[in-house]
Design a binder for this molecule. Structure first.
Ligand code: NAD
Length: 265
């Protein structure tokens, strides 16, 4: 029995990496998937792979007007959504953003990264509640990061935005529970998932860089987008109907330990 039969799921940042894999898995599991991204070409290409079970819309998650237009369109055409994956995000490393450490990160870049990663999630939650209220049920899944739980000196705006996503998830979960909307809200905390986001970080010798990173992970390999998609499937499906306000790590064990811990002689 497909686990998302008769559900409509909206996935942001669905043109690449984790978002694209979530869209594929959700379509396989019987959902009608609304893919959104700022990358229209790539987004449409992934959508075409999914056939009649999917549609693509342009959406810049940081722009409230675009959320308003999309919400109106979805309510008119599909009447509601059951699932929202707030997945779109940027790390700001290895591109035109410049240094991302706390001493050198520019205020402009700090604001831009928060606009996409945090404002985007705030707006997604706000408009998802509108799109879920007609059926009085739903599941919102916010893609945070391990960086929402620990500091990242080389990407401080990213880490700050993801920490805020973790916290906002709990406010949304409790607010929806207080209002008896039957809308659940949970956060995912992936780490070291090999996607295009990592390409500028890995540099020219990708293979050696992946080996080095893998050696620092308890499970000794980087994760795949499907590892995150399976966690999203659990939180989207009715299997998790008593689960709200949690944070689920998908990190090969990275956050299970700490440095300078005692070892056996
Ligand atoms: N890959 C990892 O190791 C990892 C770890 C922790 C968290 N995450 C989070 O997972 C999510 C997906 O990351 P990924 O690794 O698949 O990256 P990715 O770069 O492969 O995909 C990100 C997608 O978001 C889209 N996007 C960027 N800005 C947008 C905007 N303003 N509006 C709409 N779409 C926008 C991009 O076009 C792209 O399709 C991100 O939120 C990221 O922070 C990833």
């Amino acid at each position: 029995m497909p686990r998302l039969l008769n559900k409509t799921a909206l996935v942001t940042g669905a043109a690449s990496g984790i978002g694209a894999e979530i869209a594929r898995l959700f379509a396989q599991e019987g959902a009608f998937v609304i893919l959104c991204d700022i990358d229209d070409n790539q987004g449409q290409q992934i959508t075409n792979e999914l056939g009649d079970n999917a549609i693509f819309f342009h959406l810049n998650v940081a722009e409230e007007k675009e959320w308003q237009t999309l919400t109106k369109l979805i309510l008119e055409k599909y009447h509601h959504i059951d699932v929202l994956i707030n997945n779109a995000g940027i790390i700001g490393l290895g591109c035109h953003f410049g240094p991302q450490n706390p001493e050198e990160c520019s205020l402009e870049n700090w604001h831009h990264i928060h606009a996409v990663n945090l404002d985007g999630v705030f707006l997604g939650c706000k408009y998802a509640i509108k799109m879920m209220k007609p059926l009085k049920k739903g599941s919102i899944i916010n893609v945070s990061s391990r960086s929402g739980l620990v500091g990242i000196p080389a990407a401080c705006a990213y880490a700050s935005s993801k920490a805020a996503v973790r916290n906002h998830t709990k406010s949304v979960a409790l607010y929806c529970a207080q209002k008896d909307y039957q809308i659940r809200c949970n956060s995912l905390h992936p780490a070291a998932i090999l996607t295009p986001m990592w390409l500028p970080i890995l540099g020219e010798d990708k293979e050696t860089a992946v080996k080095n990173i893998s050696s620092q992970i308890p499970l000794k390999h980087m994760g795949k987008p499907m590892d995150v998609a399976q966690a999203a499937l659990y939180l989207a499906s009715d299997d998790s109907s008593y689960v709200t306000g949690i944070e689920l790590t998908i990190d090969g064990g990275i956050l299970a330990g700490s440095s300078a811990s005692p070892t056996e002689k």
